[in-house]
Write a protein that binds this ligand. Structure first.
Ligand code: PRP
Ligand code: URA
Length: 206
């Protein structure tokens, strides 16, 4: 796997705002969207293009279009916060949903929902989830997509823990992960430190 920590002053600035405990859900959602747009620049950099002919008001010319249909797959719930921002940039993208929640005591991922486009494997897939902690949820989501035949998969997250990245590297060595930060460690409750707390709670105010 290749972990790309997208290092940009705007991302660092906004991530600091997201981490701060007094940032309320409305601001958290807005800033998360801004970071997602910045991460998209790198995460979608290698999308395949085809050359087509168009006509400007003055003459014909060759231009570019995306070659294949892209699917954004948020891991519910918190992945929605990133996915919505990607859809602002890429309104033609399809959306697949994978519902996975961690058991609060064991930190084991539990699947509760999946709805994907039938031909999802026909194009690239961008999985979004702000947090990679133990990596259990991300590994389960990627394994499901692989079972559906997806090969061109990349993942966007906000904050990753070294433990989760190690697990992803082991189970999905070819998966590119685009993150705003690689944090220090997991604590005894499997929370990322320093982290930002429970991303879903902070996005949705639960
Ligand atoms: C959070 C987060 C990831 C997962 C990360 O979701 O959004 O999906 O935990 O932890 P892991 O790497 O140890 O699996 P959570 O299960 O809290 O569900 P939510 O999005 O509904 O809040
Ligand atoms: N899920 C979160 O939302 N935050 C963490 O720190 C770990 C898992």
């Amino acid at each position: 796997m290749s972990l790309h920590v997208v290092d940009h002053p705007l991302i660092r600035h906004k991530l600091g705002l997201l981490r701060a405990k007094n940032t309320a859900p409305a601001a958290f959602r807005r800033i998360l969207s801004e970071v997602a747009a910045l991460l998209s620049y790198d995460a979608l950099r290698d999308l395949e293009l085809v050359e087509i002919e168009i006509e400007t008001p003055l003459e014909k010319m060759r231009a570019w279009r995306l070659a294949r249909p892209i699917t954004v797959v948020p891991v519910l719930r918190a992945g929605l916060g990133l996915a919505n921002a990607v859809l602002e940039l890429l309104p033609e993208a399809r959306v697949g949903h994978v519902g996975i929640r961690r058991d609060e005591t064991t930190a084991q991922p539990e699947h509760y929902y999946m709805r994907l486009p039938d031909d999802i494997a026909a194009g690239p897939v961008l999985v979004t989830d702000p947090m990679i902690a133990t990596g259990g949820s991300a590994c389960a989501a990627i394994a499901n997509l692989r079972q559906r035949g997806c090969r061109d998969i990349r993942m966007m997250c906000l904050v990753a823990a070294p433990e989760g990245i190690k697990r992803l590297e082991c189970e999905h060595p070819e998966l590119p992960v685009f993150a705003a930060a690689l944090d220090r460690t997991l604590d005894e409750k499997h929370y990322i430190r320093p982290g930002l707390g429970d991303a879903g709670d902070r996005i949705f105010g639960t």
